[in-house]
Design a protein around this ligand. Sequence first.
Ligand SMILES: [Zn+2]
Length: 309
Amino acid sequence: MNADPILLFHVLGAVWFFMLGAAVGSFANVCVYRIPWQKSILWPSSHCPGCLEAIRPRDNIPILGWVFLGGRCRNCHLPIAIRYPLVEFLMGALYVAVYVADVVLAPGVLDSMAFGRMFYHDLLVSFLVIATFIDYDYYLIPDAVTVPGMILGLLFGALVPELRPDPLLAHTFWGGLGIGLLGWVVGGGLVWFVRIVAGLAMGREAMGFGDVTLMAMIGSFLGWQAAVLTFFIAPFFGLLHALLKVVRMLFKRLARIPIVGADREIPFGPYLSLAAVLLLLAWPQIWSGWARPRFDMMADVIGWIVSGQ
Ligand SMILES: [Zn+2]
């Protein structure tokens, strides 16, 4: 019996894009570690934070480098955080998921646009992973992550207007740019508006400005419809984190450990990112099966109100 050539192709593709993702994850670790301190992400090469010894190329292989070292620096034997290989694995897994969503499950024959869409989504996913871990660590999302992200999202969306899936398909540079800019305005504007209203209502900062730029970036890639959905799905994931924090605060109170400011804070960026990634992966199914009729209905209602009938 002959092996199915398409199946073989996809297995090799998945392996290849897992390795690519893990390598990008390795670079994402560098970004998460250095960008909040405004250090260069290109120079110098990675060092052990304990003994400052440069990390050898073979120890720097994503995931495997950490495993072969037993999670310790070769020179000073200081433990290396398991988060480094986990971020590399996460990025590899996400690249495989995007490959499956955009290439394996693409309708019709394989074309270059399926791969183009995959790389476009990989780009967004990479920026989201970096933003997520910086927000998780520092409760902020630097413009150094989101501004290059939104520029690339707008630029590629305009240069290759067929990159985005339905209903964002455009055929001209200006069409692609317009869809990106509308997503940028709606995504960023929504958080900006809610941030002001919630800030007035609560008397304190409800969301950081980093969430505004993060959503502007998401909108510039995925368009205004997905940006709106991202904003409303994200709190459900955040709620789980909030519950964990409440439980931890209760334990701290029982153990008489002082409660610090960070115990009351929840980063929103990771949940916006998670919602955006899930929407991006299942977009064709979500759009045609669920979202489109609702957006159409909303447009009808707005139309009735505007026309006064
Ligand atoms: Zn060391």
